[in-house]
Write a protein that binds this ligand. Structure first.
Ligand SMILES: [Zn+2]
Length: 179
């Protein structure tokens, strides 16, 4: 397994997390795969001990009375996912149906962020921009500092942000803005 850098003494992340939340000493005990990153802590509100693992393509979180309990719970979930012949659907077990492409296994509850194509309502953009969207478009088109900051912070989203700006501009030109 790979221990998240904020748990490793000597790293900048460790120093920062020590200042923010206090470092929690813990040594994982389960047989996580080599390429699986893990992290743990006590949560903020409410202060629930948790253990999180990031096996390839997914994310597992366990909670419990102690971090050790949380890890055992997360590992049991990992093992049941690993041995499952998944049956994917858009419905989150016991919750609503997600249209953003996320999928859950109907048998073991495994989660994948990008299992399906996103469901998009046809013509959903054929309407005036809202006051909030007009503000946002203005920032996207004129605030170079904000754009540079967002690109640095979320480089993976920069293409989507530009596409969003083009769509908002088209809607504004074709359908106007709500007052
Ligand atoms: Zn499954």
């Amino acid at each position: 397994m790979r221990i998240a850098s904020h748990h490793q003494a000597g790293t900048a992340e460790h120093k920062l997390s020590g200042l923010l939340t206090g470092n929690v000493q813990y040594t994982p005990t389960c047989a996580w795969p080599d390429d699986c990153t893990v992290q743990w802590g006590h949560g903020i509100i409410p202060s629930t001990p948790f253990f999180e693992a990031f096996p390839t393509g997914t994310f597992i979180r366990g909670e419990g009375p102690t971090i050790a309990d949380a890890e055992v719970k997360a590992f049991a979930q990992f093992e049941s996912e690993f041995s499952c012949r998944h049956l994917w659907g858009r419905q989150r077990p016991g919750r609503s149906i997600y249209l953003n492409g996320a999928g859950w296994c109907r048998k073991c509850g495994a989660f994948r962020g990008k299992m399906f194509a996103e469901v998009v309502e046809l013509g959903h953009w054929r309407k005036p921009v809202t006051v909030w969207e007009a503000d946002f478009l203005h920032s996207l088109e004129t605030d170079a500092e904000m754009n540079a900051h967002m690109d640095r912070k979320y480089p993976a989203d920069s293409k989507a942000r530009r596409k969003n700006a083009r769509i908002l501009r088209l809607r504004m030109n074709l359908f106007g803005a709500l007052q």
